[in-house]
Write a protein that binds this ligand. Sequence first.
Ligand SMILES: NC(=O)c1ccc[n+]([C@@H]2O[C@H](COP(=O)([O-])OP(=O)(O)OC[C@H]3O[C@@H](n4cnc5c(N)ncnc54)[C@H](O)[C@@H]3O)[C@@H](O)[C@H]2O)c1
Length: 330
Amino acid sequence: MTIRINLDDRSYDIAIERGILTRAGKLLNLNRSVLIVTDDGVPAEYAECIAEQCLNPVVVIIKQGEENKTISTYEQLCRTMLDFNFNRHDCVVAVGGGIVGDISGFVAASFMRGVDFYNIPTTLLSQVDSSIGGKVAVNLDTYKNIIGAFYQPKKVIIDPEVLKTLPERQFANGMAEAVKMSLTSDAELFEIIEKSDIEQNIDVIIEKSLLIKKNVVENDEREQGIRKILNFGHTIGHAIESAEYKNLYHGECVALGMLPMCSDSVKNRLIPVLKKIGLPVIYDFDKAVVAENLAHDKKSSSKSITGIFVEEIGSYKIEELTINEFKELL
Ligand SMILES: NC(=O)c1ccc[n+]([C@@H]2O[C@H](COP(=O)([O-])OP(=O)(O)OC[C@H]3O[C@@H](n4cnc5c(N)ncnc54)[C@H](O)[C@@H]3O)[C@@H](O)[C@H]2O)c1
């Protein structure tokens, strides 16, 4: 299946197919110097498979983990491109999760003022969400994604086959984003997740999630308006995440962050779905610390925070709340 993202001269295709990794050379222009970026948690065979299809591959394996999504990793990648005499007609290929994708995309956006970028996402989160939309970035100190750009890939290749090596908890982490999108935008997708065998239906879940994200990105590439709905569950989620509950994954924080933003009837359906996926529905966090983080969230203007609420599955409502109103939701 191919999904086209229509963004004028920045339009591109997402090709989704089992086994497509082995045919990447037919879909991408790899007949040049290609910086392939992966991390040391991604099975090496995926990047090797791409390298075999390139004229002049240079593979860089960065260290896994959010703490390595830094300017120094960014610099390491740019230096490698310089050392191997890359020019502006060469390209960067990300083979990994959202971290590899975000950092490689930022390298591609800025090296010689921009070279072609291809994204080959290998986690569920990156397949349903982060690989499309063009947000690329690195962290600085404790500020996540604070240095970055909007830079669309030239093509995205999704091979659901690679999810077979993904740890279960990472799979659940990605499912949180699919559930998030279904709640605000697609009741049918929610029902598939609710009623069917998720692993058996993962290809459909990926496609339907991408169609939601496509619609949002095409209407609001630079997050001036509707793209904010992708932040559903993230305001409280981020506040929990930055309370340094390091044992919690991002998707787990989003799951906890979505619940207070739903009506009781939605919650009654959402809780069993989160449990089925293996996401938490209750967590003993320190409300005072989380509330404090809410107040410091970069999305909060001085007096209010945008809240996205789901009263009926497949639709949403946006409201401005004071920080105190948000705290009450906790
Ligand atoms: N650009 C965007 O629009 C956007 C959206 C959401 C999140 N993000 C970013 O995405 C990042 C999180 O991405 P993520 O959840 O993919 O995490 P990740 O990139 O850290 O990957 C998770 C782990 O899975 C491993 N892995 C990757 N693919 C694998 C596979 N097929 N088999 C086995 N292991 C595999 C990785 O080595 C890593 O240890 C964050 O930095 C976040 O800011 C960006």
